[in-house]
Write a new protein. Structure first.
Lengths: 107, 137
């Protein structure tokens, strides 16, 4: 936690399968603990496809319903490309600077 | 590189080895390093669709990938054992409004945008075949 924001970091390959359920559970656990601001750090993700996008959308929905927000930190060039192709870039705020990202939750 | 064919059961465990295999194959065919992950994402999106929509995620049903490399392009045939209608699959079109926030779909949309040449058709046996052509510079 930093400044009231939960930072969740993903790393490696986000390729689908049961591991992604853990991420989905982490979003729900945050809401259950009255944490509604989550910053998802994707800087160490080496590979991601639509399964990863699905989990990000799931987190967005979970947190939005709780009155909060999910924002993205350090999306790689390839992940940004996927966000643009799927128009999810119009939904998510993305940041390359953690301080700036954390401050944005208070705006 | 001609006539490479692999068969995979419809289970997620095969996807990571497949990603490594596709990128190795792409590198050998001359795909630029920066584009290798886009190639593997495209192929895997289509393979996952075949596993899920074509084969009903039945591990006993196979997805067959056939690869041929030509001077300026690589051709992938991705065949499943089903007869699904890809035009009805989520993600065949860009989402709008609430559809944009679906947690599923997007695979064909992504593959089409990354590879630019993705077409659905039938195998000689009448099962679903998707053709992906990847241009080589």
């Amino acid at each position: 936690m930093k400044d009231g924001v939960l930072i969740i970091s993903l790393s490696g390959k986000v390729i689908g399968g049961p591991d992604l359920m853990n991420v989905k559970t982490a979003f729900q656990n945050a809401v259950n603990q009255d944490i509604d601001s989550v910053l998802l750090d994707l800087g160490k993700v080496s590979w991601m496809d639509s399964s990863g996008l699905g989990i990000i959308v799931s987190g967005h929905t979970t947190l939005s319903r709780a009155g909060g927000a999910l924002k993205i930190l350090n999306a790689t060039k390839k992940i940004n490309e996927l966000l643009i192709i799927t128009k999810l870039s119009t939904i998510f705020e993305t940041f390359s600077d953690e301080t700036e990202a954390l401050a944005s939750f208070g705006e | 590189m001609r006539g490479i064919q692999i068969q995979l059961p419809s289970e997620f465990a095969v996807l990571e080895p497949l990603q490594i295999f596709i990128e190795g194959l792409g590198a050998a065919a001359g795909v630029e390093e920066d584009e290798l992950s886009s190639l593997s994402v495209s192929v895997i999106e289509l393979v996952k669709n075949g596993m899920e929509h074509g084969n009903g995620s039945d591990p006993g049903k196979m997805v067959t990938i056939s690869v041929d490399s030509f001077d300026s392009r690589i051709r992938f045939f991705i065949d499943d054992e089903g007869t699904w209608a890809p035009e009805n699959a989520p993600g065949f079109r860009p989402g709008e409004g609430e559809e944009l926030l679906s947690t599923r779909g997007r695979g064909v949309l992504i593959a089409r945008n990354l590879a630019r040449w993705v077409e659905y058709g039938l195998t000689p046996e009448g099962k679903t075949r998707v053709t992906l052509i990847w241009p080589l510079n």
